[in-house]
Design a binder for this molecule. Sequence first.
Ligand code: ARG
Length: 462
Amino acid sequence: MANDKLWGGRFCAQTDEKTDDFNSSVRFDKRLYREDIEGSIAHTKMLEKQGIISTVDSKNIQEGLSKILKDIENGKVEFDVACEDIHMNIEKLLTDLIGKSGKKLHSARSRNDQVALDTKMYVKKELLNIKNLLLELEKVILNKAKENTKTIMPGFTHLQKAQPITFAHHILAYFEMFKRDISRLEDTYKRANTCPLGACALAGTTYNIDRNYTCELLGFETPALNTIDAVSDRDFVIETISCISFIMMHLSRFCEEIILWCSQEYNFVKLDDRYSTGSSIMPQKKNPDIAELVRGKCGRVYGNLTGILTVMKALPLAYNKDMQEDKEFLFDSVDTVKMCLEIFTKMFDTLVINKNAMLRSAKNGFLNATDVADYLTKKGMPFRDTHKIAGELVFYCIQNSKNLEELTLDEFKRHCELFDADIYSAISLENCVENRKTLGAPSSEATEHVIEICEKYIKEKI
Ligand code: ARG
């Protein structure tokens, strides 16, 4: 009994149904149909230009592929698991549609360079989509920062109150993280920009193909220079999931803070009703499910990264079927990060900042203790000594239930003669923030300077 697969010539038996099911990837790689058709059209144009197929065949193939593209987009196509993957499904649809000409499409090509090409085209497109979503988020962060350059809040280290900062200063930290994420995406894009088409199975081809021509038609920077690497490289998948992992890690940290901030204990922010949820039993509840889910989804993306790294580890050159496993990791990571960025941006945009609660919190916890020490240091005492005096003052305050700024001048002087009446303005919360004017520090002046730089950055990127 013969085998009616595209590759069935050397087989005597039909493929077992279970093999078809197990081997097939069309269930998930069908999302590459656009890239596959675009790649095939470029390949066809090249075959015609090089005299490998006739103009008539080329025309038939291109028209057939365009019709298939429309049919797929109009939901008229059902893919067949027995045709294994999107590449063979489309080729089969084409030969069913146009007959003999269709059988010529695969000259001087293999599914190995075809799948590498399609996946790279998909990655390039999605890197740009993710970058645009990050830029949208950056805009929202910047707007919120502009409104909050004087919103004093406690800054933390070890989750213990440390020094006063502003809400603008705090969220501009995330602006920097997402800026680095954007630069990582751009960098990944550069390396993904080599065209594998023409590498064929692994060793190129004896046909006189023009790889520069297909490279140009498909918008790649240069053809990949080694045919073996071209078909066995999935670095671009790993790098993409790695970039996405960074973004998810940053989103997850941001979410963790929002979850803390909207708890009754902090009460720094209020989530918009549209981006929070209730409890099925406790009527009073308003839960930060969105932020929690984003934080949680970080885990699945890390899983995808570990998955693809493990699949690629120790694979001999060149193509191995293991590599088909790259797609679900990739697609899931892309879908997840896009979904998370979209919802997070809306949630953050509608977040209400409770300035009073932030200020109240900053007033307790001796956040100006460093400034007490700095005050004495500026009067000539070594910092290690002033640190000790400030520490003793904090201890005194704890025992007497006072804040540092509530101490009388006499109480200050009892700890050190160098204190004068100007200590009060030196340690007022406003001054603790506003006197930190150096580049990147929290004063409103320094923040506004950074905001200008950030605005320029966004304008250049869009
Ligand atoms: N579906 C395969 C993949 O995603 C396509 C390449 C198959 N090549 C082969 N020689 N079996 O990796």
